[in-house]
Design a protein around this ligand. Structure first.
Ligand SMILES: Nc1ncnc2c1ncn2[C@@H]1O[C@H](COP(=O)(O)OP(=O)(O)OP(=O)(O)O)[C@@H](O)[C@H]1O
Ligand SMILES: [Mg+2]
Length: 312
């Protein structure tokens, strides 16, 4: 039966009747009271009722000599169904985006292979050009797939005490750094309980974004600071900056301003930092640069970790 919420003022003469209606399991109008409480703020009685219709509730109150000022159906949202359809919608959007993004590099591969097949002899210069074209297209596909997998794959976190500097030193090795770009790493040693591989994914994503925002020349500076409770890690660049109107959107999954981006880089970073019980934020000034700040709790107790691992 549908559930309703009803409110009415308490009149002294009506108290006995109210008690009667509660005791009366199901009345002649098919109404039964599930819960009842007094709202001190509005000085009203607030009831949750099971009833066939609003009309039946009106009759129920008239019969009890009470005037009901407010009746409304309770919309019970099935959160599981809600979450599932939200997830399915996101996966659908992601699949459509992925299919669209993979079409370009795949057609480059297809055309290049056809050209190569149509030529009886390939000169070394031609081989170099075709090889480069194929490699770039394959790299694009694998980057897009890795981004998607990082974001959607359920992960088991492996929390251990690490020297964060080791993680920071290994990240730039996974990046193609143009000659004009300098990456400055911190010299201060800081330990933290974290999942090394995941923090490395965060750093790689942030540094790659910075490099892409600097069109061949500039500086990326990574800093580490710690207090007895937290570690603050910052990645700053001297790049193009982020316009004020898009800054609030950059952590949203699938948000991108790039032709070949999936828009999952920063969404993955946010997810990973939150899985560490931390926070990530960005500040930026157009044409001057951007700073990403991550705060990770140091005293990340095993209890908190277990809870987080279980919820992910
Ligand atoms: N350091 C930065 N400087 C300027 N803009 C940035 C920076 N980092 C992120 N952005 C902006 O935020 C958007 C979202 O970044 P995100 O890393 O999530 O996706 P992407 O880089 O576009 O694609 P992907 O990381 O999947 O290749 C970017 O498209 C860009 O507009
Ligand atoms: Mg990115």
């Amino acid at each position: 039966m549908p559930e309703f919420i009803a409110r009415h003022r308490v009149v002294e003469t009506g108290l006995d009747r109210i008690i009667d209606t509660v005791n009366n399991e199901i009345d002649e109008f098919g109404v039964s009271t599930i819960e009842m409480f007094y709202d001190h703020k509005t000085e009203e009685m607030c009831c949750i009722l099971d009833a066939p219709s609003q009309e039946a509730i009106k009759n129920h109150y008239t019969n009890a000599g009470l005037v009901c000022g407010y009746i409304a159906p309770i919309e019970r949202i099935d959160t599981k169904i809600g979450e599932k359809s939200e997830r399915l919608r996101a996966i659908g959007e992601l699949a459509a985006r992925l299919a669209h993004d993979l079409r370009n590099p795949l057609s480059v591969i297809k055309n290049t292979v056809e050209i190569m097949e149509s030529k009886p002899v390939l000169h070394i210069e031609e081989k170099i050009i075709y090889h480069g074209r194929l490699k770039r297209a394959i790299d694009r596909i694998s980057h897009q797939l890795e981004d998607v997998l990082d974001f959607v794959r359920p992960t088991n976190m492996k929390f251990q005490k690490h020297l964060l500097n080791d993680v920071l030193n290994s990240a730039p090795e996974k990046i193609v750094r143009p000659d004009g770009i300098e990456i400055i790493l911190p010299t201060k040693f800081v330990y933290c309980i974290c999942d090394q591989t995941k923090i490395e994914i965060v750093l790689v994503n942030l540094i790659v974004n910075s490099i892409q925002a600097m069109s061949g020349a500039g500086k990326v500076t990574v800093t580490l600071h710690d207090t007895p409770n937290d570690v603050t890690m910052q990645v700053s660049d001297t790049g193009s900056g982020i316009p004020e109107n898009i800054l609030p959107k950059i952590f949203e999954p699938l948000f991108t301003t790039k032709q070949t981006g999936t828009g999952l880089g920063l969404a993955s970073c946010k997810k990973i930092i939150e899985q560490h019980g931390g926070l990530i934020s960005a500040t930026s000034k157009e044409n001057h640069g951007t700073t990403f700040t991550m705060i990770l709790p140091k005293q990340f107790t095993s209890k908190k970790i277990e809870k987080l691992v279980a919820s992910n």
